[in-house]
Design a protein. Structure first.
Ligand code: SF4
Ligand code: FES
Length: 215
């Protein structure tokens, strides 16, 4: 094995089991506290481990199944055209973390139809929200410009309290990418209930999953 392959930062899915992470430089909680890491770690994604974020073998006891459902009917990109900028959104990618609606309610208001109106905020304000969206569900483009997620160059996994893993610049192979997904920033299911595994589809939010409860 070459040195480059050995030091590559990667996520591998274990069938009906955990996510195996190699060479990750930073594993942190959403409050910024660092989680002691190892060169190779198995992270829980069934929701049942008593040693979260690490796997303790509970996936076997609960007979966790990691195969995704058919989400093709939910895998759609919605387009919201504004004067200076167009916003794109794929709901199946959204983890409902609400950075958008809490950060810029004038533009992103889930109670309104359409829920996105790019003209009700400045271009810079909308760009900041797209950059902050952890799942890559949001993108934007300027007239004649490319569609972009505004990804960071940092490399980490952040554990959202009662929510998914936020992944930034870690390679994951052999997965089905939803339309318009970012391969640099995405969210991975930690509760075991997503229909779009290994990605989070917001199911933890719908079932009010708590990561300090097991099973
Ligand atoms: S994941 Fe993105 S689109 Fe979904 S609620 Fe959070 S910021 Fe909004
Ligand atoms: S953590 Fe979001 S669906 Fe499982």
């Amino acid at each position: 094995m070459s040195e480059e392959t050995e030091s590559k930062v990667t996520i591998e899915e274990r069938e009906d089991g955990p996510l195996v992470i190699k060479n990750l430089p930073l594993l942190e909680n959403s409050d910024g506290s660092e989680v002691p890491k190892r060169p190779v770690m198995a992270l829980c994604r069934c929701g049942a481990s008593k040693r979260k974020p690490f796997c303790d073998g509970s996936h076997m006891a609960i007979e966790f199944k990691s195969a995704p459902e058919d989400v093709s009917d939910r895998d759609k990109v919605y387009t919201y055209e504004g004067k200076d900028l167009t916003v794109y959104y794929n709901k199946v990618l959204c983890s409902h973390a609400a950075e958008c609606s809490t950060g810029l309610k004038s533009v992103f208001d889930p109670a309104r139809k359409p829920w996105v109106d790019p003209d009700l905020g400045s271009v810079d304000e909308v760009k900041k929200i797209v950059a902050d969206c952890p799942s890559g569900a949001l993108r934007f483009s300027e007239p004649d410009g490319p569609e972009t997620h505004l990804e960071s160059d940092d490399c980490y996994i952040r554990i959202e309290k009662n929510g998914p893993y936020h992944v930034c610049n870690v390679e994951i192979e052999n997965v089905r990418w939803a339309k318009g997904a970012s391969q640099k920033k995405f969210v991975l299911c930690r509760c075991g209930k997503s229909g779009n595994k290994p990605f989070c589809d917001g199911a933890h939010y719908d079932v009010k999953w708590k990561d300090d409860e097991t099973g």
